[in-house]
Design a protein around this ligand. Sequence first.
Ligand code: NDP
Length: 452
Amino acid sequence: MLSVNPANGAQMGRFEPWDDSRIESALAQAGEAAPAWAKLHMAERARFLQGAARVLREREPEFSRLITEEMGKLISEASAEIEKCAKVCDYYAAEAERFLTDEVLASDASRSLVAWQPLGTVLAVMPWNFPFWQVFRFAAPALMAGNTALLKHASNVPRCALAIESVFEAAGFPRGVFRTLMIGASQVEGVIRDRRVHAVTLTGSEPAGRAVAAVAGEVLKKTVLELGGSDPFVVLEDADLELTVEQAVASRYMNAGQSCIAAKRFVVVEPVAETFLEQFREAVRALRPGDPMDESTTLAPMARGDLRDALHAQVHESVKHGAQVLEGGQPVEGKGNWYQASILDGVGPGMPAYEEEMFGPVAAILRARDEDDAVRIANDTRFGLGGSVWSRDAARGEAVARRLACGCAFVNGLVKSDPRLPFGGIKDSGYGRELSLLGIREFVNAKTVWIR
Ligand code: NDP
């Protein structure tokens, strides 16, 4: 496992994957910690989680720097990510008790209710694109519900993986409640099969999701999958173009385009297509690639060279099938994993830019005749994570949002996650929900209790 700075290729660390005996000892620790952690009163678990939020805030500069060095995002984005992690800890520390209070229901019993009880130990297989946030988004609710957690992080962010474990240690969590496993993808199957592991959550690519869910299915363990998407960004003729263009650029090029809920397909109705494109191109040309540690940089490198090469192959193939390059369209020579901020016009069926997820700074423009045609194109994808619609008429926007086949539809705002709102997808974007009340109820046993 190598830690390499994506901006310049410098090697920052090297870690050997654990052998079986180290994995066994971490599994044993998590298993042993589980009963006592589950028995703690919710208020006590909340105090630990508040401690984690405190550690995150105190060490924010160190963690932000680490994220930027290890996966390349802009330092301001890394800093915002750490604060968001602290917020999700605050949120579940405050709300978990209310979310998991017994639900008394009328029946033929003198008293019947649903008690929400922890499952045991949950394995989280996580990606590198939001190396802290993806983990805390899962860990805050799972731990508050009384589960213990094991983290298998992406192999290109090993130092983030260890830093996250250190947050829980520094916050005084009992030994074994949160453990990082330094393992490769091929070692995940054995962990899922272990009897001390009760459920799995994965955020990442579709093949990884299918592989993990197949093993978990065989041993009948609950899974939640968040597998990325190809979110439509639907621009109607009455959109506020200034706001729309500003948010289009933020949504597509933030984190060098490496976000599951980034706008990827810009579905623009013909009457505004030329004006939108003119303004969008100008804003994209103004993006400034450079040192991600420098606050004035506005375009980051991609996280890994192979991801950059895969993106370029998708661009190349799309152009071969008729897409036109309006901006960029090429990798940048030299050290680091840079790709030009790019726009492809005339994207249509059969092209990777239409059919696949483009996980990098490339916007695909798809022209639609009118609102109905835009909805048809927006939904013409195997993915179904998020989507946004842009119109000055909020009621019209809502009506279109309701027609989008996805898990999170936004009107006049870029798709983002918020601890207070459910987050997740449909179709090949996965299943289950994170965050909010729904997120904390994924890894619990909804136990019916009936008393004569
Ligand atoms: P992966 O899906 O391969 O990696 C995500 C996590 O899954 C990592 O921890 C990885 O471990 C693990 N993993 C991969 N394959 C398996 C497997 N067969 N069994 C168990 N665990 C597995 O993503 P990549 O980093 O390779 O990125 C490739 C593409 O995935 C991107 O271009 C993008 O399309 C999508 N992606 C989507 C994300 C999202 O937010 N939804 C986030 C990241 C990527 P290891 O690193 O050791 O291989």
